[in-house]
Design a protein around this ligand. Structure first.
Ligand code: DQA
Length: 146
C-alpha cells in the first residue's frame, strides 16, 4: 500500500505555530512517527507539504497514478478551496481529511469544510494521532492484512 500524506499552508511551522492549539512537535517529527507506524505493516508513505493551493492540486493529480490513498490536512484551504475540493472529487483514490484541532470547536469559519463532502471520512481533534488513525483507516479500507 502506498500512501501520500499532504499538509497544506502553515503546517510547516508546526512546533512554533500556536503550540497551545497545534502542539509542540514539528512536522518532521510527526512524519517520523507516521513512517514508523507505516513500517509495521509494510506500507510506504510519501510526505508533501506546500503553502500553495496549485501545488497541492498538482500533487493530488499525481497521486491518482502513484498512490493508493491520501491523508490530507489542507489547513485553512479546508474552509474555502473549491479548487482542492474539485481535485479530490476528480481522483478515484480515497482521501481522508485530517485536522490536528477540533475545527468544530473553534472559530465559526472553521466549522465549514468545503472538502468534507468529497473526502472518504474525517478525523480531527486528536493532534498528531489523527494522521496515525487515518493511516490505520486506509489500511482497513484498502484491505491490508495488519
Ligand atoms: C487545521 C485547522 C485549520 O482551521 C487551520 O487553518 C490549520 C490547521 C488543523 O490541523 O487543525 O492550518 O487544519
Amino acid at each position: 500500500m502506498k500512501i501520500l500524506v499532504v499538509n497544506g499552508p502553515n503546517l510547516n511551522l508546526l512546533g512554533e505555530r500556536e503550540p497551545n492549539i497545534y502542539g509542540n512537535e514539528t512536522l518532521g517529527s510527526i512524519n517520523a512517527e507516521i513512517t514508523a507506524e507505516a513500517e509495521k505493516t509494510g506500507c510506504s508513505v510519501e510526505f508533501f507539504q506546500s503553502n500553495s493551493e496549485g501545488a497541492i492540486i498538482d500533487k493530488l493529480h499525481e497521486a491518482r497514478l502513484t498512490s493508493d490513498g491520501v491523508i490530507l490536512n489542507a489547513g485553512a484551504y479546508t474552509h474555502y478551496s473549491y479548487a482542492i475540493r474539485d481535485a479530490i472529487a476528480a481522483i478515484k483514490i480515497p482521501v481522508i481529511e485530517v485536522h490536528l484541532s477540533n475545527i468544530d470547536g473553534r472559530d465559526e469559519f472553521r466549522k465549514i469544510s468545503v472538502i468534507a463532502p468529497v473526502c472518504r471520512g474525517r478525523i480531527m481533534g486528536f493532534g498528531k494521532y489523527g494522521y496515525i488513525l487515518a493511516l490505520k483507516s486506509l489500511g482497513m479500507l484498502l484491505g491490508d492484512k495488519n
